[in-house]
Design a binder for this molecule. Structure first.
Ligand code: FNR
Length: 188
């Protein structure tokens, strides 16, 4: 069978290096994974006032998460933490109370930065949020991608063999992780 991975790109930038990374990951992933983006840029800011009646964009996000087997977060670090747009999307998906979309959901976290410690602190922040949301995170391997335009081209090609091998192994480990989780905790 194939497994559907919903992926979040944590950046709204039209030139996002994390979007490039997401393309690279999709290109290097095992054949039994299919990918669907979970868009975050069209969501209003979350308020509990919406809990009784979610706007269409937020209802669509929750429906899309319900339809996938696992979620992948490909995100920059903003000020050593989670970009606001991504946190907003997570907040929407985690509510209304009792209808947390991430409950027992297989998940993985990765990110790229032009800085030397490439999203390590931001990923810890994201992992803390996903822990509270009760997502079943892959804890190892971790992946802190130092972005270089010599290695990644905008279409997602990876021009460095060891980087490509690393990203391919990351996605293979994620496939194995999500299959293990789904064996114990089938979805739907
Ligand atoms: C950044 N950047 C950044 N980089 C980093 O390694 N650690 C950080 O804490 C931050 N903080 C930060 C805050 C804000 C508001 C911006 C706009 C940027 C730089 C960031 O890594 C760089 O802009 C990347 O290109 C962002 O990823 P995307 O948007 O290209 O995917």
């Amino acid at each position: 069978r194939t497994y559907t991975v919903g992926y979040f790109v944590g950046s709204l930038s039209s030139t996002s290096i994390n979007r490039v990374l997401s393309k690279a990951l999709i290109g290097l992933a095992p054949d039994d994974l299919e990918f669907v983006e979970l868009p975050i840029g069209n969501l209003p800011l979350y308020s509990p006032d919406f809990d009784a009646d979610y706007p269409p964009e937020a209802a669509a996000l929750k429906a899309s998460i319900a339809a996938v087997d696992a979620v992948l977060f490909v995100s920059p670090e903003y000020n050593r933490s989670i970009p606001g747009a991504l946190k907003n999307a997570i907040d929407w998906a985690s509510r209304p109370w009792g209808q947390n979309s991430f409950d027992h959901m297989p998940a993985a976290v990765i990110g790229a930065s032009i800085g030397a410690i490439g999203t390590a602190v931001g990923q810890q922040s994201l992992r803390a949020v996903l822990s509270f949301c009760n997502a079943r995170q892959m804890t190892s391997p971790e992946a802190y991608i130092h972005y270089s335009p010599d290695v990644f081209t905008p279409d997602g090609a990876v021009h460095n063999e060891s980087t490509a091998d690393f990203l391919r192994a990351f996605m293979t480990e994620f496939r194995d992780h999500l299959v293990r989780v789904l064996t114990v905790l089938p979805r739907g």
